[in-house]
Design a protein around this ligand. Structure first.
Ligand code: NOJ
Length: 581
C-alpha cells in the first residue's frame, strides 16, 4: 500500500525513515518503472560467424531476455556507418549496416521482441553524422558559405592565413575539436567542429533543415514499430553563440570540467536552446500514442551528462524526455552516505518535474561496475584499464557489484542494465593494446585505454568456440579467459549465480510492484543503507551493508533476495538484502 500522508513513517529497522519518493502520485505508464536491457549489437550474438554480432543473432537470443524478466531492450546503433566510433558515426540513418544485416532483419527483430512482450528502443545520434554521410560529402564539395556547409559547423580559421582553429575547444576523445578541410580547388580551407572524432562532424542544429530531417528520421523508425529512442549526447546539440573559448578539457562523462570549479556552463553542453528540439520530438511521439494515454507509450531517454541534478531534471519535464539516465548514481563511489545523498537528491529533482528516476550502473562507455567497484574506493575512475595498470580486485568487485545492483533494483523508478552485467562480467582489463578499437586510445596519444574493455563479446556457452558468441571462433575483440566460467550456460539454473540473482530480483520486483513503490530512506545509519520500498503488494525492506561488520536482520525477517550468502540472520560486508518483516 503506497504511503500518501505521513512524511516520517516508523519502520522496524530504525526510527527515522524519510519518505523521499511518493510512488502513488504517478500514473502507471510502462516506462516509469521499466527495466530496460542494453544490447550492444557488435557484441551480443553473432549469427553469420564473422566475429561481429548481428540482428539475426540478437533475434535468436531474445527469449533469453524474456526469461531474464526485462521489459524492453535498447540497442546501440546498428545503422549504416564506417564504424569509426563503433556505429556512433552514422552515414545513413534509415539503413542497417551490412555488418549487422538488412532492414528486413530489423523489422523481424522488432516483431519477434513484441511477440515476446519486449519493447524495443533504438539509438538516435543527432549531434553529429559520419563524415561519410551524403550531407558531409556535399559540404566538402561545396564552397564556404554554401547551404551544404550550413548544415554543419564550418568556420574560417584564425590568423592571417586561417591556419589556427576557430577556437580552443578540445574533443572528448582527445586532441582538438576542429579539423581543417582542403577546398575543392586544392587550397587549405575552412575548419569544421567535431566534439568527438574527426569522422563525426557536428551538425548545425540552428538550421531548420537539420531539425526537419531528424523529425523525419524519428517518424521512419516509429512507423517501423519501435517503441522509442535513446538520444545520444542529448545535451550537446546547441552551442553557445559565438563559440567562445573554453579552457577545460572535455569529457564524455561529467559536464566537461576537469579539476576545476566554475559557475559557467561549458559553451558546448546543456545550452537552453536544446529543449525546443525535444519539445517538438515529444509532440511527434505523442502523436503515435495508441493507448490514448497522454503519458504516451513511445518514449525518449536522454543521454545527458548534465549537473547539477536540477539542471538534468529539465530534460525530463512533461513536454520533453520520458527518461534520462541517472549518471550521478553511476558515478557515485561505494560510500553509504554518498549513495543515500544521491538517492534522495535524485528523487527530489525528478519528482519536482513529475518524472521517474532512471537508475543505471553500467553501459558501453564506462568500466563495468563489477570491475569499477573492485578499484580502491576514492580514486578517480579510469577511462579503461590496461594490463600494466593496477588491476581491480575481481572477487570484491563482483561482490560489490551484486550488492550495488540489489540496491539499485530495489529503488522505485526505471532502470537500465547493460548486457553481460547479469552474468557478473568484469571488463577485459588485460586486453592487448594492438587490438583496441576505441578512437580514444589513439586520439589521447595512448594515455587513455578507452572503452573496449566493456564491449567484449558475450559468453553464452562455455564449451563452444568463442564461448558461443557465434558459429565460428572469431570475436571482434578477444574474450578474457575469465569469461568461460561466467558463460550464461554455466550460470542458468545454478542457485546463487549472478544470472539467477538477476532473474529473481526482476521477478520479485515485478510481482510486488516495486518499480511503482514509494521509498522511505533512513538517514544517519553509518555504513549501512537502510530503506523501505512501500510497494503495491508488500512493504519491502532493504539493507545494504557497505561497512566491515555484519549487520543483523530483525527477528522474523523473511528474506526475498540476497546478493550474497548470509551468515544466519547476519548480512555480511558488501552484501544487500531485500526482506519483509
Ligand atoms: C555517447 C555514446 O554512448 C558513445 O559511445 C559515443 O562515443 C559518443 N556518444 C559519441 O556519439
Amino acid at each position: 500500500m503506497p504511503v500518501t500522508q505521513n512524511p516520517t513513517t516508523p519502520t522496524s529497522t530504525a526510527p527515522a525513515a524519510q519518505l523521499v519518493h511518493d510512488g502513488s502520485r504517478h500514473a502507471d505508464a510502462w516506462w516509469r518503472s521499466a527495466v530496460i536491457y542494453q544490447i550492444y549489437p557488435r557484441s551480443f550474438a553473432d549469427h553469420d560467424g564473422d566475429g561481429m554480432g548481428d540482428l539475426v543473432g540478437i533475434t535468436s537470443r531474445l527469449p533469453y531476455l524474456r526469461d531474464l524478466g526485462v521489459d524492453a531492450v535498447w540497442l546501440s546503433p546498428f545503422y549504416a556507418s564506417p564504424q569509426a566510433d563503433a556505429g556512433y558515426d552514422v552515414s545513413d540513418y534509415r539503413a542497417v549496416d551490412p555488418l549487422f544485416g538488412r532492414l528486413e532483419d530489423a523489422k523481424a527483430m522488432v516483431a519477434r521482441a513484441h511477440e515476446l512482450g519486449l519493447r524495443v528502443i533504438v539509438d538516435l545520434v543527432p549531434n553529429h553524422t559520419s563524415d561519410e554521410h551524403e550531407w558531409f560529402r556535399a559540404a566538402l564539395a561545396a564552397a564556404p558559405g554554401s547551404p551544404e556547409r550550413e548544415r554543419y559547423m564550418f568556420r574560417d580559421g584564425k590568423g592571417p592565413d586561417g591556419s589556427e582553429p576557430p577556437n580552443n575547444w578540445e574533443s572528448v576523445f582527445g586532441g582538438r575539436a576542429w579539423t581543417r578541410v582542403t577546398e575543392p580547388d586544392g587550397s587549405p580551407g575552412q575548419w569544421y567542429l567535431h566534439l568527438f572524432d574527426p569522422k563525426q562532424p557536428d551538425l548545425n542544429w540552428e538550421l531548420p533543415e537539420v531539425r526537419e530531417e531528424f523529425e523525419s528520421i524519428l517518424r521512419f523508425w516509429l512507423d517501423l514499430g519501435v517503441d522509442g529512442f535513446r538520444v545520444d549526447v542529448a545535451h550537446g546539440l546547441i552551442k553557445e553563440a559565438g563559440l567562445p573559448d573554453w579552457d577545460a578539457e572535455l569529457h564524455l562523462l561529467g559536464a566537461g570540467l576537469k579539476g576545476e570549479s566554475t559557475d559557467r556552463r561549458p559553451p558546448m553542453w546543456d545550452q537552453d536552446g536544446v529543449h525546443e528540439v525535444y519539445e517538438s520530438w515529444r509532440r511527434i511521439l505523442n502523436s503515435y500514442n495508441e493507448t490514448g494515454d497522454s503519458a504516451g507509450d513511445r518514449i525518449m531517454c536522454a543521454e545527458a551528462w548534465v549537473t547539477p541534478v536540477e539542471r538534468a531534471a529539465r530534460y525530463v519535464r512533461e513536454t520533453e524526455f520520458h527518461q534520462a539516465f541517472n549518471f550521478d548514481f553511476l558515478e557515485t563511489h561505494w560510500h553509504a552516505d554518498k549513495l543515500r545523498e544521491v538517492i534522495r537528491a535524485s528523487y527530489a529533482a525528478n519528482d519536482s518535474v513529475g518524472a521517474p528516476t532512471t537508475w543505471v550502473l553500467s553501459n558501453h562507455d564506462v568500466v563495468r561496475h563489477a570491475s569499477r567497484l573492485g578499484l580502491p574506493i576514492d580514486q578517480p575512475r579510469p577511462n579503461g584499464i590496461g594490463a600494466e595498470d593496477p588491476q581491480p580486485d575481481t572477487e570484491l568487485g563482483l561482490r560489490r557489484a551484486r550488492a550495488a545492483t540489489t540496491l539499485m533494483l530495489a529503488l522505485p523508478g526505471g532502470a537500465y542494465i547493460y548486457q553481460g552485467e547479469e552474468l557478473g562480467l568484469p571488463d577485459h582489463t588485460t586486453m592487448p593494446d594492438e587490438v583496441r578499437q576505441d578512437p580514444t586510445w589513439e586520439r589521447s596519444g595512448h594515455t587513455e585505454k578507452g572503452r573496449d574493455g566493456c564491449r567484449v563479446p558475450m559468453p553464452w556457452e562455455a564449451d563452444r568456440p568463442g564461448l558461443g558468441f557465434g558459429p565460428s571462433e572469431q570475436t571482434w575483440l578477444p574474450q578474457p579467459e575469465s569469461y568461460r566460467a561466467l558463460a550464461a550456460d554455466r550460470q542458468a539454473g545454478v542457485p546463487g549465480s549472478t544470472l539467477e540473482l538477476y532473474r529473481r530480483m526482476l521477478q520479485v520486483r515485478r510481482e510486488l510492484g516495486m518499480g511503482q513503490g514509494s521509498l522511505l530512506l533512513e538517514e544517519s545509519t553509518g555504513d549501512v543503507v537502510r530503506m523501505v520500498n512501500d510497494a503495491r503488494e508488500a512493504r519491502v525492506q532493504v539493507v545494504a551493508n557497505l561497512g566491515t561488520d555484519p549487520v543483523d536482520l530483525p527477528d522474523g525477517a523473511q528474506v526475498l533476495v540476497a546478493s550474497g550468502d548470509l551468515d544466519g540472520t547476519r548480512v555480511p560486508s558488501d552484501t544487500a538484502v531485500w526482506f519483509t518483516a
